[in-house]
Write a protein that binds this ligand. Structure first.
Ligand code: MLT
Length: 411
């Protein structure tokens, strides 16, 4: 008799953004004439940069001719893209990442979710709280957690983020974990980690023979020149970290789908007999077995990000979203709310002091604005909301005017 994976029964609720989409569609059904401004899920609103669009078209045209047609591509991604990534994203920052260390994929969500497959089911997982729910849910599905109780899963180590640590938890001396997920600039709080803070994590991972799964999907939003863009800017990280990157937010690829994972050759993981295995080779085995590569036109479009025009256009795109972020931050702070993020990240994390889902419902019903409830990211997110800067400046201004009126009222 076929039976389900029992671990799925432990999952606490539906995926956060699915639940939000359900609430929006219910609201739309009941209020067909109300205008909704979406600042919930971090989904980009501006079109693809012209350089990417042009390359995308060219890629499609190449598929239309026998001479230039392409079938299956390399599972790891085409050399032209991986070489461009290595040169522009890593060599330019003095890190020793080569094209061979890069695996192109269809999303950082899939990569961060799938990567845990490489590790033993009894590995102890540490996650910050609040946290991007994909890291947690995929480890629950894989059986690394106990049952959920009081909003948390047994067996996981939760690293509390709060105003006191500015949502950048530090490795405590007594912390015991094998896999640790870090995300900077952070989703959901928008917090960033300094070089010193990342160094502390790398040193902890080296001392504890742990692995850091570093999600850098929002690195392109960093404005402050002192903040590292990659964990590999920290000495020793190549032995204890993997990095996930994405074109989704950087270049508007949320619908187009293209991302990559970086695994340096120095990253070696032991089996139960103590024999070392190359993590890069393990991921290569998994990736080439379960994935057939991102489509050629999409990879061409992604490579165009690194052209001269592409770089200028992406810079403009990010400037526009960061301008929105500064409007949100200014308005929320002026309204008297304590905020994190918004300076090096497209997310603004606002302490409303009210139940997060009640705030969500109230803001949707009364202001017609969608935000993300902080408690959807973990217990430490209760009382917060996350506002995304992905929209037009006009909509952002309008949303802020409407939200400021509503937030002051009781739910
Ligand atoms: C978010 O809003 O947290 C992100 O858009 C989700 C994602 O990238 O999957």
């Amino acid at each position: 008799m076929v039976r389900i994976n029992e671990n799925y029964k432990k999952l606490q609720s539906s995926y956060l953004f699915v639940e939000i989409a359900r609430k929006i569609s219910e609201f739309r059904k009941n209020n067909p004439d109300r205008e909704i401004i979406k600042m919930g899920i971090g989904d980009v609103t501006n079109p693809l940069p012209q350089a990417c669009l042009k390359a995308f078209h060219e890629g499609v045209d190449e598929l239309g001719s026998t001479k230039t047609f392409k079938g299956y591509g390399p599972e790891k991604g085409y050399d032209f893209l991986r070489e461009a990534i290595a040169k522009h994203d890593f060599a330019s920052r003095g890190t020793e990442i080569t094209a061979d260390d890069i695996f192109v994929s269809d999303g950082a969500k899939c990569d961060t979710g799938n990567f845990q497959e490489l590790f033993s089911p009894d590995c102890i997982v540490a996650v910050p709280d609040p946290v991007y729910p994909v890291y947690v849910d995929t480890n629950v599905m894989a059986g690394r957690s106990g049952k959920a109780r009081g909003g948390r899963y047994g067996g996981f180590v939760y690293l509390e983020g709060n105003s006191a640590n500015h949502f950048v938890p530090a490795p405590e001396k007594e912390l015991k974990a094998d896999l640790i997920y870090l995300c900077y600039p952070n989703n959901p709080t928008g917090a960033t980690a300094t070089r010193k803070q990342l160094k502390a994590w790398v040193n902890w991972a080296i001392a504890h023979k742990a692995l850091i799964l570093f999600d850098a999907a929002y690195e392109a939003f960093i404005q402050d020149p002192d903040i590292p863009h990659s964990i590999f800017e920290i000495p020793g990280a190549d032995k204890v970290a993997v990095e996930f990157r994405s074109f989704s937010k950087t270049a508007g690829f949320t619908g187009t789908r293209c991302a990559f994972t970086v695994i340096p050759p120095a990253c070696q993981i032991k089996d139960k007999e103590g024999k070392e295995h190359s993590l890069k080779e393990l991921w290569n085995r998994r990736h080439s077995t379960k994935f057939n590569g991102v489509s050629y036109p999409v990879q061409k479009a992604a490579a165009a990000v690194y052209s001269r025009e592409g770089q200028a256009q992406v810079k403009d795109l990010i400037k526009g979203y960061m301008n929105n972020a500064s409007i949100i931050l200014r308005e929320m702070e002026e309204a008297g709310y304590e905020c994190t993020g918004g300076k090096n990240s497209p997310y603004i994390w606002v302490n409303t002091g009210k139940d997060s889902w009640e705030s969500f419902d109230q803001i949707l019903k009364e202001a017609g604005v969608v935000i993300t409830p902080g408690s959807g990211f973990g217990l430490c997110g209760q009382g917060f909301i996350r506002i995304s800067a992905f929209n037009s400046p006009e909509n952002v201004e309008k949303a802020m005017r409407r939200m400021k009126k509503v937030l002051k009222k009781p739910c």
